[in-house]
Design a protein around this ligand. Structure first.
Ligand code: GAF
Length: 370
């Protein structure tokens, strides 16, 4: 394993443990996690592998194969910058329960595709430390630790979806997660026997203002919930009544969150009934809601979705936080070529840089490799 060789080269010994944690795509349930709602992600076959050993002192030595150079040597947590914050954030939260560590990481998640490489990094390192120090954390506790590291140490106010997907997913299945109770259930996602694939369309564009817009959406939802007198938008039962009490942006955000939660439940119902071929309309409706009510899409994502459907996809939507990143399309195997051609030529016509296509097969969540 490449990461083990790099660890040995940098730190002069074998790592005590090696863990892999995947990235994710979200099938449906976007911007619902921090509204205490429902999500339905699955893990992708790419992720982060972390080789880790404990140290007797409190020093942290870090090496990333994606950021070549000497290992970083940190003697205090506030020295962390850039990617190292995701790792040091995890160690920081574990406090006295851990000492220092030697860590080498290797990732193969396509860069900038919005497939949660940061969650994979947090979860791989947290899982390895949980194992080495016998901390007894459940996969959900590992996910919560990763989320808290990202919220408190990196300053990104994300919900729990990405870390939970990375920690809990199972091969061939999607993860139906209630982000309030944190109860979850895996749902078989049997695409192959229906001749279907989920195609990731990576726009290769990531807008700079995404972080600020994300925090703004969260604040708008919290403000709307306060005005409606409910703990979170998940609790809105009378949508028409709620919309009467709100205006402008808060009205649109509420419309999206409430209807998106219903779409997640409807999609889960179809999957449980073995009707995966029928989920396309829900994917399309989710995209329109994210575009028009939640306003987190981008021209590249809209063109990808429209061209995919025109090319024969059964449905398509942006996935993840938005403002760039990736879309997913549900495509019959015999339409893969025409969908890709349709998106590629629509991009060329608009003068966008060519998209990248990746097949998404539901993969296994965090696990120990050695
Ligand atoms: C990002 C966040 F990290 C998730 O928590 C989630 O809110 C998602 O955007 C939108 O559904 O990936």
């Amino acid at each position: 394993m490449r990461v083990v060789e790099a660890f040995r080269g940098a730190f002069g010994a074998d790592p005590e443990t090696v863990w892999h944690a995947p990235g994710r795509v979200n099938l449906i349930g976007e911007h619902t996690d921090y509204n205490d709602g429902f999500v339905l992600p699955f893990a992708v076959p790419w992720g982060v592998t972390a080789a880790v050993s404990r140290r007797a002192d409190s020093t942290i030595r870090l090496l990333s194969l994606q950021a070549p150079g000497d290992p970083l040597t940190l003697t205090s947590h506030d020295q962390a910058t850039g990617w190292s914050r995701y790792v040091v954030g995890v160690l920081d939260l574990l406090g006295d329960r851990v000492r220092g560590a030697d860590i080498a990481v290797d990732g193969d998640i396509p860069q900038g595709a919005g497939l949660s490489s940061s969650a994979a990094l947090e979860v791989s390192v947290a899982s390895a430390l949980n194992d080495l120090y016998d901390l007894g954390m459940t996969p959900m506790e590992v996910a919560l630790l990763g989320q808290k590291a990202e919220n408190d140490f990196v300053g990104m106010p994300c919900g729990i979806m990405d870390q939970a997907a990375s920690a809990l997913c199972e091969e061939g299945k999607a993860l139906f997660l209630d982000c309030r109770s944190l109860g979850s259930r895996t749902i078989p996602l049997d695409l192959a026997s229906h001749g279907l694939r989920i195609l990731i369309i990576d726009t290769q564009v990531h807008h700079e203002h995404a972080g600020g817009e994300y925090a703004k959406r969260r604040a708008e939802c919290e403000s709307a919930a306060r005005k409606l007198g409910v703990p979170a938008l998940r609790d809105v039962t009378d949508l028409a009544g709620a919309l009467d009490l709100l205006q402008g942006v808060e009205r649109r955000r509420t419309m999206h969150v409430v209807t998106e939660n219903h779409r997640v439940e409807a999609l889960v119902g179809l999957l449980r009934a073995g009707a995966v071929t029928e989920i396309g309309a829900l994917l399309n409706a989710s995209h329109l809601s994210l575009r028009d009510q939640y306003e987190v899409s981008s021209p590249e994502l809209d063109v990808a979705v429209e061209a995919a459907v025109r090319g024969g996809a059964r449905g398509a939507r942006m996935t993840g936080g938005g403002f760039g990143g990736s879309a997913i399309a549900l495509v019959a195997e015999d339409r893969l070529r025409s969908v890709q051609d349709s998106v590629t030529s629509a991009y060329a016509e608009r003068g966008f840089q060519p998209p990248r296509f990746l097949p998404a097969t539901p993969a296994r969540g965090a696990h120990r490799l050695s």
